[in-house]
Ligand binder design. Structure first.
Ligand SMILES: Nc1ncnc2c1ncn2[C@@H]1O[C@H](COP(=O)(O)OP(=O)(O)O)[C@@H](O)[C@H]1O
Ligand SMILES: [Mg+2]
Length: 224
């Protein structure tokens, strides 16, 4: 299965007050194994909405979404949760580590939830990314950049085929943003496809493919 995500004629509407607002319309998209895809678009254009649909965090939509060839609307809640846990790693803009757990425990958390806690694997990830020194620290003891790096390793815990990153460097200075992008590149070179929203022009040049979202439509874009 070369295509890990396939989307046909996707639409999404939100109810706001008494109005139905169409946020996404007639979207066709796919992601292949190991690709690095960047999604651009103005604030409010529906980028997060789109990522949440691809990442199985939202299941109200029209059209069709297939993940690893499996049509989502045919899956039950349990199957969807398991598909998400095994195949998708999410990285958000804002700090999402659990404050009462160490970095090592945070990274092991998806494996714990999947019922196969593996601290040795979490430690191995830290080592591979040169972050062993953070293992036993708590989130409040590390910098914003380090938190994002730990969040990437947590997203990699179950060795997912797809990493979804929603403005992962939006809250960082240029230096730390570069370090976080390097981690994402490394995760990508280790085999994970990446679907990332960013406003950073420099990162766009790194992508295999670029898309623009505006007016609810997704268009294949030029790299700048
Ligand atoms: N839960 C929600 N309920 C109603 N409207 C929403 C909800 N989430 C997002 N929206 C609206 O959908 C549009 C797209 O939002 P979003 O996907 O967050 O855009 P982006 O990530 O590109 O900034 C915005 O107009 C936003 O107000
Ligand atoms: Mg957003």
């Amino acid at each position: 299965m070369d295509k890990i995500v396939e989307i046909e004629n996707l639409g999404k509407a939100y109810v706001q007050g008494h109005e139905q607002v169409q946020v996404l319309e007639e979207i066709n998209f796919f992601a292949r194994k190991g690709e690095f895809i960047v999604l651009l678009g103005p604030s409010g254009s529906g980028k997060s909405t789109f990522l949440n649909l691809v990442g199985l965090l939202d299941d109200s939509y029209s059209g069709e979404i297939r993940l690893y060839g499996r049509k989502l609307e045919l899956l039950g809640e349990k199957e969807k949760a398991s598909l998400r846990l095994k195949n998708i790693g999410f990285i958000f803009q804002f700090d999402s580590l659990l404050p009462e757990f160490t970095v090592l425990e945070n990274i092991d958390m998806p494996s714990r939830i999947a019922g196969r806690s593996d601290p040795a694997r979490a430690r191995g990830l830290l080592k591979r990314f040169g972050l062993e020194a953070l293992a036993d620290k708590f989130p409040m003891e590390i910098s914003g950049g380090e938190k994002q790096r730990a969040a990437i390793l947590r997203a990699l815990a179950n060795n997912p085929g797809l990493l979804i990153a929603d403005e992962p460097t939006g809250n960082l200075d240029k230096h730390n943003a570069g370090i976080v992008l390097d981690d994402l590149k490394k995760a990508n070179s280790l085999g994970a496809a990446v679907l990332m929203v960013t406003h950073n022009e420099e990162f766009v040049s790194y992508a295999d493919r670029v898309f623009h979202l505006s007016g609810g439509r997704l268009e294949s874009g030029q790299k700048t």
